[in-house]
Design a protein around this ligand. Structure first.
Ligand code: ACM
Length: 263
């Protein structure tokens, strides 16, 4: 059993220094949690005005003051922090999620399914679907709009993820409808860290939540307040893939019958 925390807040668009100040202050309240999750693009905000703005705010993780701050906190508290990050790699930008532990950057997931204007700024992720063993649990990462594409969640669960961590900047209620089903179908925990506030026309809707492997909401934030959620998690519950005494969510699949040719 371990404690996971979500920091739901309102990143300031384009003001990385201010976001570092807010996040490092909030991280003083999550020292008791082994795993802390922040929203998508937490250090930069989301709705860039153009490619110049997106590029000027992108960083190489190894040179980022934000990543250094997260690493310092993870080291001091002996914990793991996951945050959305505007990642620069050569000429390309990725909408990424970073896993940072006491030893530093342990993993990167680059968002595969880009939403709306993100397609103007970011390259779709192509780095594969990795599961990270951090000792007390195994986790995979997805980002926001990825919720609409069930295959990667299934693959992460099949690769042994107990938890799928989901930094988000959600704008509709669709994820709240889809995610309990995804948790249930794969019998994994899902940790969705969303943001609040507005940027121009965009209104982000909070409701950060942690879902059990039965698809139940264990804890959920409000739609409009800065909040820290904390939840005890027993990762062994995600090892049980039986949905009844005679049904296993992976072994009962019949992929050889899924061609559609036999209708
Ligand atoms: C989203 O993928 N940020 C909606």
């Amino acid at each position: 059993m371990f404690k996971a925390a979500i920091i739901q807040f309102e990143p300031a668009l384009g003001d990385v220094d201010k976001n570092i100040r807010i996040i490092s202050q909030k991280l003083t309240e999550t020292k008791d949690s082994k795993l802390v999750v922040l929203p998508e693009l937490a250090s930069t905000g989301y709705d860039f005005t153009d490619s110049e703005m997106a590029g000027s705010l992108a960083e190489v993780p190894a040179e980022s003051a934000y990543v250094k701050m997260l690493h310092d906190v993870a080291f001091e508290n002996d914990q793991y922090i996951i945050s959305g990050f505007n990642e620069q790699c050569g000429e390309d930008l990725y909408n990424s999620s970073l896993l940072i532990g006491p030893e530093g950057l342990m993993g990167t997931y680059r968002k595969m399914h880009l939403f709306m204007n993100e397609k103007k700024y970011f390259k779709p992720g192509e780095g594969g679907l990795n599961v990270y063993d951090i000792g007390f649990c195994k986790l995979g990462m997805q980002i926001c709009f990825d919720y609409l594409f069930p295959e990667p969640w299934r693959i992460l669960a099949q690769k042994g993820a107990d938890l799928i961590i989901h930094p988000s900047n959600l704008l509709t209620q669709n994820a709240m409808k889809a995610l309990p089903g995804i948790a249930l179908m794969n019998k994994v925990y899902i940790v969705t860290a969303n943001r609040i506030g507005t940027e121009g026309e965009l209104a982000f809707n909070g409701n950060s939540m942690i879902l059990s492997p039965s698809g139940d909401i264990l804890t959920k934030a409000s739609s409009d307040s800065i909040e820290i959620l904390k939840q005890d998690i027993d990762p062994t519950l995600a090892h049980d893939k039986m949905i009844t005494s005679m049904n296993h969510v992976f072994d009962d699949r019949r992929p050889e019958q899924y061609t559609g040719d036999n209708c």
